[in-house]
Write a protein that binds this ligand. Structure first.
Ligand code: MEV
Length: 334
């Protein structure tokens, strides 16, 4: 029948989180830890899923029930991605033309991740992108990167209601991106690896909760919120130039300024603050939280000489160092 394995990278937000939800740009980089997804057409009218990293084993349902009824948390992104894909006009006809959509046809999917979903590396977006890319290849539809982005973004919005889509762009395009809300701009930056240290705070954060928290706490201070987002946009644009010039000191300084705004938004935590302070006190050019806040990771940009010292300081502040290289390739066939 047909079987394919694809993989997509995890990501880290460099600058611009939260503002990017409201039509401002951000900078995102991919990391060399990936999610693998194997998609197989089977001769049973079923959707089957094995995703042990997120606690899903032996999950199955009839194809006609795809996307309907109760869906366990760990299965949501994959299942809705399949439902959206085979509901997509081109994919539906792709199914029919290539294989003849018989009652006996179904899909088996297995996902495996090189990183835990707690890190906030964007495992849900990466797996969504993998599923759509795999279906596009299996049914020979040759969806473009932008079409894959659009279908994956729809899937994430169907589930989460909110989100800029930057994590999907990272999984699709790879590398380092300058990204504008909803993919209005997706600019691939010619940046080699960035000297980053990543520290995990030990707490899983929930993007939707954090985005709503900001909205609520600024409901009476809309002007200040606009000012903050506009200022973050200025920082993102300067950081884009610093990245291209490999001016790590400048990048660090802009990250520090971005972190101050994130603190004002109320999304940093004492643990993240301590890890960031430890990195700065031991000589990092700059440090900030990465992503929604409330937990997940912090990132520090550091010179080679200071690397060991900064790693030790983040660990002493209770952070777990995640060893990554930046600038990994986007979704690919394995
Ligand atoms: C979460 O990693 C980053 C946010 O900007 C949300 C989003 O862009 O979708 C808070």
């Amino acid at each position: 029948m047909g079987k394919i394995t694809v993989s997509a990278p995890g990501k880290l937000m460099l600058l611009g989180e939260h503002a990017v939800v409201y039509h401002h740009p951000c900078l995102v980089i991919t990391v060399d830890q990936r999610i693998q997804t194997t998609v197989e057409v089977i001769d049973r009218n079923e959707f089957q899923l094995e995703a042990r990293d997120v606690g899903i084993s032996g999950y199955k349902k009839p194809i006609s029930k795809l996307g309907k009824g109760h869906i366990p948390k760990g299965a949501k992104f994959v299942e809705i991605a399949v439902a959206n894909s085979i509901g997509h006009p081109e994919l539906v006809s792709g199914f029919r033309n290539k294989f003849g959509m018989t009652k006996e046809m179904g899909i088996r999917i297995k996902t495996e991740s090189e990183f835990p979903s707690q890190y906030g590396f964007g495992s849900s977006s990466a797996v969504t992108v993998c599923v759509i890319k795999a279906l596009s290849e299996l049914f020979n539809l040759k969806l473009s990167k932008k079409e894959i982005f659009n279908l994956a973004y729809k899937t994430v919005l169907d589930i989460q209601g909110k989100g800029s889509g930057f994590d999907i762009a990272a999984a699709v395009y790879g590398g380092t991106l300058y990204f504008l809300t909803g993919g209005k701009t997706i600019e691939f930056l010619n940046v080699s690896s960035i000297p980053l240290i990543v520290g995990y705070s030990g707490v899983k954060s929930d993007t939707a909760v954090l985005v709503n928290k900001v909205k609520k706490s600024f409901s009476n201070k809309k002007n200040r919120l606009d000012e903050i987002y506009n200022s973050i946009e200025v920082l993102v644009n300067k950081a884009k130039a610093a990245l291209i010039k490999k001016d790590w000191e400048m990048l660090g300084d802009l990250m520090n300024q971005n972190q101050n705004y994130l603190k004002e938004l109320g999304v940093s935590t004492p643990k993240l603050d301590n890890m960031i302070k430890a990195a700065l006190d031991s000589g990092a050019h700059g440090a900030k939280l990465s992503g929604a806040g409330g937990g997940d990771c912090m990132v520090a940009v550091v010179s080679d000489e200071k690397r060991g010292k900064v790693i030790g300081a983040i660990q002493s502040a209770g952070g777990e160092i995640i060893d990554i290289k930046t600038g990994a390739e986007g979704v690919r066939i394995e």
